[in-house]
Design a protein around this ligand. Structure first.
Ligand SMILES: Cc1cc2nc3c(=O)[nH]c(=O)nc-3n(C[C@H](O)[C@H](O)[C@H](O)COP(=O)(O)OP(=O)(O)OC[C@H]3O[C@@H](n4cnc5c(N)ncnc54)[C@H](O)[C@@H]3O)c2cc1C
Length: 438
């Protein structure tokens, strides 16, 4: 271990969307920021479909043009259900606020690299190949001693006034402090790969994400700008645990269980072996503590069916940057700032989870597959799917109405709803007990 303990104002763990966003914002406001990333950019990451409300965040970071140059335009979401004859497309131009009609699909290696370079350009001191191994907090909130291991020099230490944990699903602080809790209401795992030669939707819809529900979960089809298509299946853990073959064969067998997707991949070729990942949903018990905040996936992970992860991570970094500044400069206002950070950070996962928990219900499927705009409820649904959940856009009453319509539909078909609820509950409970036993 080196004798030299270096110091900084804010030390950020993780150079993904959350960490790089916070680093760029704080450094451009004159803060002394150190950003540590265990990998080297450009590095692979899954999570390629963005939301329209990402775009104003890109503008504020000054990276919109760079992302536009590598992104594929995504105007909407196509849903395919095995119990409905035809797919349906929800177009962002029909959302409550019409000023955010599209988003992008991106290769995360390129996207995260752009954000990382931007943080460095704005003055953050960036370290790649540097894995933070431990954070020891000083008494009475006086900061933290951060230990990291670099690829080249071994262990190094930094003293920081404030630590932002943006370590993603590694959940550095939540794991170290014993704060991580598996979500008892939802769990899933994924298998995925990239194809060439996949059949895309025609015209303007070419870049849309397609979601295919099937018996064991759902699949994604995300067209990327270079002609490759990202395909993945997010399944109940019991299904992935049934795997007897190698991951790639299992992936092909899974796609075959979803005929509408298999047709789109009829002439396509998998370009590298498939990857499997456990992505059990979780949240930390709290979002902050003395001298630290948890951003993005370092705080919570939810099922990616609505492509919300990158947006929520970046949004938590925006609120987190303001919160850090208040804590450092106006300690008396820190409790109120931390409460606000907590409320905002939890709101995103909660909003999307309401739909995630119910999307296996036949009534919810019907509302997605035959969306009516009675009293503008479809516009309210699309506002959520676009990520318009933090600006106070006044669709709350219509969203409530959408939820009432759903509940009424369930009440009118109680047997069907009960059976769907019971099956889902059983799967989640079995998985939870099984993983607890392990
Ligand atoms: C199967 C799957 C599909 C998904 N699809 C989508 C999608 O289509 N759209 C979407 O928006 N989201 C999607 N997501 C979610 C999305 O990937 C994440 O929500 C998003 O990347 C979170 O950003 P983050 O910055 O919080 O974490 P990350 O992007 O994971 O970044 C964390 C960074 O921290 C680094 N790190 C970790 N530990 C340490 C350490 N100890 N020291 C130093 N560095 C460290 C990591 O190397 C990484 O670069 C998907 C997720 C999964 C699992």
């Amino acid at each position: 271990m080196s004798d030299d303990v270096m110091s900084c104002e804010v030390l950020i763990v993780g150079g993904g969307p959350a960490g790089t966003t916070a680093a760029a914002l704080l450094a451009s406001r004159g803060r002394q920021v150190v950003l540590m990333e265990k990998a080297h950019h450009p590095r692979f990451h899954i999570g390629e479909s963005l939301l329209p409300l990402n775009l104003p965040l890109f503008d504020q970071l000054g990276v919109r043009e760079e992302i536009e140059a590598v992104g594929m335009l995504k105007y909407g979401v196509e849903f395919n259900s095995p119990t409905h004859d035809a797919p349906v497309t929800l177009d962002f131009s029909e959302a409550w606020d019409k000023s955010f009609p599209y988003a992008y699909q991106v290769r995360r290696s390129e996207f995260d690299h752009i954000l990382f370079r931007n943080a460095a350009r704005r003055g953050a001191e960036v370290h790649e190949g540097t894995r933070v191994t431990r954070v020891d907090f000083e008494a009475e909130g006086r900061g933290a001693l951060v230990t990291a291991r670099t690829d080249t020099d071994g262990a190094r230490q930094w003293r920081a006034r404030f630590v932002l944990d943006a370590s993603g699903r590694d959940t550095l602080l939540a794991s170290q402090l014993g704060l991580k809790q598996k979500n008892r209401r939802h769990n899933s795992a994924a298998v995925y790969g990239h194809f060439t030669g996949a059949e895309r939707l025609p015209g303007r819809a070419e870049g849309n994400i397609s979601i295919f529900w099937f018996d064991h979960g759902w699949c994604w089809f995300i067209p990327l700008a270079d002609g490759t298509t990202s395909v993945g299946a997010v399944c109940w853990p019991y299904y992935l645990q049934s795997r007897k073959t190698d991951v790639t064969s299992f992936f092909h067998a899974t796609i075959a269980l979803c005929p509408a997707l298999a047709r789109r991949l009829g002439n396509a070729k998998l370009v590298e072996p498939a990857t499997a990942t456990g992505n059990y949903s979780y949240a930390a018990q709290r979002t902050s503590g003395h001298n630290y905040l948890m951003l993005g996936d370092a705080f919570a992970f939810i099922d990616p069916v609505f492509s919300s992860g990158v947006f929520l991570a970046m949004n938590s970094a925006f609120v987190g940057a303001d919160t850090v500044e208040t804590c450092l400069d106006h300690p008396l206002q820190a409790p109120a700032a931390l409460r606000r950070f907590d409320t905002v950070t939890r709101r995103g996962p909660e909003q999307f989870s309401w739909f995630i928990y119910r999307v296996t219900n036949p009534r919810m499927r019907e509302l997605f597959m035959d969306p009516r705009n009675t009293l503008r409820v479809k516009e309210a649904l699309l506002a959520v799917l676009a990520g318009d959940i933090f600006r106070g856009t006044p669709f709350g009453g219509r969203l409530f109405l959408f939820k009432l319509i759903y509940l009424l539909g369930c009440a009118l078909a109680p047997k069907r709803s009960f059976m769907a609820w019971q099956r889902r509950r059983q799967i989640v409970r079995d998985t939870f007990h099984e993983s607890a036993a392990h």
